[in-house]
Design a protein around this ligand. Structure first.
Ligand SMILES: CCCCCCCC(=O)SCCNC(=O)CCNC(=O)[C@H](O)C(C)(C)COP(=O)(O)OP(=O)(O)OC[C@H]1O[C@@H](n2cnc3c(N)ncnc32)[C@H](O)[C@@H]1OP(=O)(O)O
Length: 259
């Protein structure tokens, strides 16, 4: 009976086939409660978030949602306007581009196409795996390829608390790694972080909105050097300064050109 249930789950929830296959083939009763829990959790999560993966497009976490405060929405609107091309300038490409952001579907991110389909379908980005909007990392990245820089608007949720009332330093490091890594990856293809150097200048209040400014410093062979500043939205307050080194990975690294 339980095995029949698992077969049904396997047919209807694409998250589960690998797990169910294991349990069915190995007749592993130890795994069954875990599997049922995971299937229930998947179903709950799906109903709360979207119809993805049943819908054609995956869920884009960089879209505004109800948890965004007025400041986040205001700065977002400002940068989003820079991404739009006016009717009389259709020949020109706008310098700014808003990047989509998914918790899966690596094939949609820069460099993802080089990874195998199995890796693409299983990989999950931890900053995008909380179902409650606004609880942790709310962010959106705008890229300016011409100027080799990007900005990220970041609203820190209550789960990122470190010192009482302020954001945890590790959560700040996560965002710096994400922003600098996104820029490096966008410019040259797949990269890994080799070094991250952070100076914390002033604490970030929980729930506040900050802007991360990432910029390419230089490229030396496989090495991509990126700088990052985290400031208040009006840039009057400096929260963090950082430098990051990324190493281009994969056989295609030397065929990339930064235009
Ligand atoms: C969408 C969101 C994007 C988020 C992006 C997040 C990216 C990440 O967090 S990645 C996860 C964290 N990083 C890791 O786990 C990386 C672990 N380290 C590694 O895998 C390897 O050490 C790796 C790939 C960085 C470098 O390995 P490898 O390709 O063999 O490099 P290697 O040939 O030794 O060195 C290349 C050059 O880099 C330099 N280098 C390597 N590591 C470092 C380092 N830590 N500091 C300074 N220089 C370094 C070397 O000295 C060498 O320089 P040169 O060419 O001048 O001699």
């Amino acid at each position: 009976m339980i095995l029949r249930c698992l077969h049904a789950v396997r047919r209807f929830i694409p998250h589960c086939p690998a797990l169910c296959r294991d349990a069915v083939s190995k007749r592993s009763l130890v795994k069954i409660p875990e599997l049922l829990y995971s299937a229930r959790a998947s179903a709950r999560g799906l109903s709360k978030m979207s119809l993805w993966p049943f819908s054609v497009s995956p869920w884009d976490f960089s879209q505004p949602n109800a948890s965004w405060n007025a400041e986040m929405q205001e700065v977002y609107d400002r940068y989003n306007a820079l991404c739009e091309v006016k009717a009389e300038e259709t020949e020109k490409k706008p310098p700014w581009r808003k990047l989509p952001s998914y918790n899966r579907s690596l094939k949609y991110v820069t460099g993802g196409v080089y990874l195998s389909k199995i890796i693409q379908s299983k990989a999950r980005l931890f900053t995008r795996n909380l179902k409650e909007h606004g609880a942790a990392f709310e962010y959106v990245v705008f890229m300016n390829k011409q100027e080799k820089r990007c900005v990220c608007l970041f609203q820190a949720g209550h789960l990122l608390e470190g010192p009482p009332g302020y954001v945890h330093g590790g959560a700040i490091a996560t965002m710096i790694d994400t922003v600098t890594g996104t820029l490096a990856g966008y410019l040259v293809g797949p990269v890994m972080t080799a070094n991250l150097n952070i100076n914390y200048r002033s604490p970030v209040p929980l729930g506040s909105v900050v802007v991360l400014h990432g910029a390419l410093d230089r490229i030396e062979g496989k090495k991509v050097f990126v700088t990052c500043r985290m400031t208040s939205t009006d840039e009057s307050k400096l929260h963090t300064e950082a430098t990051a080194l990324f190493i281009t990975v994969g056989p295609q690294w030397n065929s990339f050109e930064v235009s």
